[in-house]
Design a binder for this molecule. Structure first.
Ligand code: ATP
Ligand code: MN
Ligand code: MN
Length: 376
């Protein structure tokens, strides 16, 4: 007779790479609250508290049941005092007063708005906040501000970029990317990564990994693709970053480091007639007005050498928290250093080659976790 194995809190790992986290989150009311707290600490640049809440959120996302009593979290890792206080409040009151305070906080609200603009991070938000600015509209209206090329594009396409990318849009863009890449390199491999590879139905952008099994690397491929889109009028913005990878260099030990691949942060014009509700049932005036039949979409393209493809795929599939924990696990539990390019064994002083994600998990002595179980 089959029996459901009992849930044992003491067996839950502190590392999300040793847990399965699907999109089926039984504890959204807690994890949403933690994510607000984490974001507020990120805005204050206190990384330790930020990570504490991100780890707690990630842990509750992996639980196979909703937490309803404090007893449910007994014995679980990542449940510090701050975290427990908020869980207790939510269990008892239905919501947390601390989280409510953050959501109503002037600084949090302003930073939340500013960082929703493509190209605007915590540093820029800090500057604008100190200048007395509070909303996106106020920043837009201030003609004395010096904006970067990226931020200008961020404001220009703001409405489109804050509205999420759907799976259907991701599939449409995927075709555009594959067509363009294959024009120049027919046997290239184009893989969708990021949230969509983890099974998410919406995203803030679409991430692609491009590699070619053939001999020799083509530094020009990305430039050719971008030029083609320019000629086709599909490119609204792009920032190409050239490769800075140095062979034999040890993997980066920084937890959130950028990798060294040649890449491009772009905004593409996705042409598809949209049904716009606001223009549906109105009159002549609107009939004559030009209806915008395209949407600006954020696209990340990353070019990787074939030998590093598995590492790049693992890194770019995320989630960000899953990636952080993989690296932390590698260094703390295995004396290895992992990044988006390689895995280095510090005891044996060798680089461990891998042709698939499965091999990387095996090198680390971890059970394989499927992409859709990496939504930590
Ligand atoms: P979303 O739906 O919000 O796009 P996502 O999981 O796809 O969710 P991204 O910000 O697109 O989030 O990042 C995807 C993955 O790629 C993450 O795991 C992240 O760690 C990694 N990543 C993102 N930007 C970089 C970068 N500049 N350098 C290296 N890795 C990155
Ligand atoms: Mn993404
Ligand atoms: Mn991205």
């Amino acid at each position: 007779e089959l029996e459901m194995p009992a849930f044992t809190a003491t067996k839950v790992s502190q590392y999300s790479c040793q847990r399965k986290t699907t999109l089926n989150n039984y504890n959204k009311k807690f994890t949403d609250a933690f994510e607000v707290m984490a974001e507020n600490y990120e805005f204050k640049e206190s990384e330790i508290f930020c990570l504490e809440f991100l780890r707690a959120a990630s842990l509750l996302k992996s639980l196979p049941f909703p937490v309803t009593r404090m007893k449910d979290i007994q014995g679980l890792p990542c449940m510090g005092d701050q975290v427990r206080d908020i869980i207790e409040e939510i269990i008892e009151e239905g919501e947390s007063s601390r989280v409510r305070e953050v959501l109503n906080d002037e600084r949090y609200k302003a930073f939340k708005q500013f960082t929703s603009v493509f190209g605007v991070g915590v540093k820029t938000s800090e500057k604008w906040y100190r200048m007395g600015l509070r909303t996106v509209e106020e920043v837009k209206a201030d003609k004395t501000l010096k904006l970067s090329k990226m931020q200008k594009a961020g404001f220009l396409y703001y409405e489109d970029l804050v509205s999420c990318v759907s799976k259907a849009e991701a599939d449409a863009v995927s075709l555009i990317v594959k067509n363009a890449v294959c024009t120049f390199l027919p046997d290239a491999l184009v893989t969708i990564t990021g949230g969509f590879r983890r099974g998410k139905k919406i995203g803030h952008d679409i991430d692609f990994l491009i590699t070619s099994p053939g001999p020799g690397e083509d530094d020009e491929l990305l430039h050719k693709v971008i030029d083609l889109w320019k000629r086709q009028g599909l490119l609204l913005y792009c920032d190409i970053i050239e490769s800075t990878f140095v062979k034999e260099q040890l993997p980066s030990r920084k937890v959130d480091a950028m990798d060294h691949f040649q890449k491009c942060f772009a905004i593409l014009k996705l042409c598809q007639p949209r049904v716009d509700n606001s223009t549906c049932n109105t009159s002549k005036k609107l009939e004559m007005a030009e209806v915008k039949d395209w949407k600006a979409i954020r696209v990340d393209l990353v070019i990787t050498p074939f030998e590093q493809y598995a590492y790049a795929l693992l890194g770019w599939t995320g989630s960000r928290q899953f990636g952080r924990d993989l690296r932390r696990y590698a260094s703390h539990e295995r004396k290895m250093v992992l990044d988006n390019h390689a895995l280095y064994d510090r005891r044996k002083r060798i680089f461990l080659k891998a042709g698939s994600e499965e091999e990387i998990f095996a090198h680390l002595g971890l059970d394989y976790v499927e992409p859709w179980e990496r939504n930590a």
